[in-house]
Design a protein around this ligand. Structure first.
Ligand code: ADP
Length: 330
């Protein structure tokens, strides 16, 4: 009811919900992060205390929301969800904060996109569980102190660097989620295939994992596409040949890059002679938002060593030149 209304603001893609692990024990990879979280979660549970605020950062699709969903379950406390862009003004925070039950978790996704005044309201809420609300304006303005029940804020951001330090410092625990290994993604593909009741060969699961940009969400997405393809084109059995054909058809190359990734590399090659070039110029040329490139496209290309960041901008590596020679324009 109340929670449902508050959470309804950002409907979760059905795709994510079906396959999302419900417990930290069901999550694959991120072992060190899970171990550290277990310690603080167990301690809070044993002391019946409020869990300290937690910040997750990392590229999209690596498990930030999954952690935010699992943690309250481990603590057996309610979860309320919002997002930075939905909190346009300080008053938007009030219903969330005043309706929380003691020790519940408030999850704010894309917390770096909260406007500054909203962020400032959060400071006292996080630190002293108090809201200072200013009513009226000018000489008639007065401040009301509102006491809140203790709660845990979980924030998720694709860019920790964009958070102001006063906000960042108020998180007791800060965890960076990195890309997953092929073995970990293979395990995720296998488990998801079982949940979707589809029949997948071992080497086909590895093939999908290899081409999923180190990202569980992409692995699940590609698995669904391969499954549809297998049902349309053959018996539904996912063999490695079926997986390869399906991925090739949607423009996924051997490194798992999609058309947008290659368009980014090609733009730097063709228009900017391989770089160095600022990300804004590339975004402008591609007619894309800079955020999309720096949050979604570049992290994986950096990790694959297809590009490097230099003080003067992004540059293609020789690996990128070779990759484009083999896969460009496909
Ligand atoms: P983020 O919030 O970082 O963008 P999500 O937590 O929404 O990413 O993850 C996207 C999907 O990827 C989830 O629905 C889940 O199915 C899958 N996923 C993410 N992390 C894991 C993990 N550690 N183990 C298994 N599946 C995962």
């Amino acid at each position: 009811p109340r929670e449902a209304i508050l959470s309804a603001e950002i409907p979760e893609p059905e795709e994510d919900r079906d396959l999302r692990p419900q417990r930290m024990a069901d999550m694959v990879g991120q072992q060190e992060v899970i171990e550290r979280l277990r310690i603080v979660v167990d301690a809070a549970r044993k002391r019946s205390d409020t869990l300290g605020h937690i910040l997750f950062d990392g590229p999209p699709g690596l498990g930030k929301t999954t952690f935010a969903n699992c943690i309250p379950r481990e603590l057996n406390v309610p979860l309320v969800t919002s997002s930075g862009p939905a909190l346009k003004a300080p008053k938007d925070l009030i219903p969330y904060l005043t309706n929380l039950e003691p020790n519940s978790v408030l999850f704010i996704d894309e917390i770096h996109r909260m406007p500054k005044p909203v962020e400032e309201y959060l400071y006292t809420a996080m630190e002293d569980f108090r809201l200072d609300i200013v009513l009226g304006e000018g000489v008639n303005a007065r401040t009301i102190n509102l006491k809140l029940k203790p709660f845990t804020l979980i924030g998720a951001t694709t860019r920790a660097g964009m958070l102001s330090s006063p906000l960042r410092d108020r998180f007791a625990v800060r965890e960076h989620l990195g890309f997953y290994t092929v073995d970990e993604l293979t395990e995720i593909v296998r488990r998801s295939a079982a949940k979707l009741s589809c029949n997948i060969a071992g080497d086909a699961a590895i093939e999908i994992a290899r081409r999923s940009r180190g990202t569980p969400r992409i692995a699940n997405h590609r698995l669904r596409w391969v499954r549809d393809y297998a049902e349309a084109k053959s018996s539904g059995q996912i063999t490695v040949a079926v997986a390869q054909a399906a991925l090739a058809m949607s423009g996924i190359d051997i490194l798992g890059l999609d058309k947008q990734d290659r368009a980014y590399l090609e733009t730097i090659l063709r228009v900017f002679s391989g770089g160095p070039v600022g990300v804004d110029s590339v975004a402008h040329t591609m007619n894309l938002a800079t955020d999309t490139l720096s949050d979604e496209v570049e992290p994986f290309l950096l990790r694959c060593e297809l590009i490097v960041r230099s003080p003067r901008g992004r540059m293609l590596t020789s690996k990128a030149f070779e990759h484009l020679k083999a896969w460009g324009n496909k």
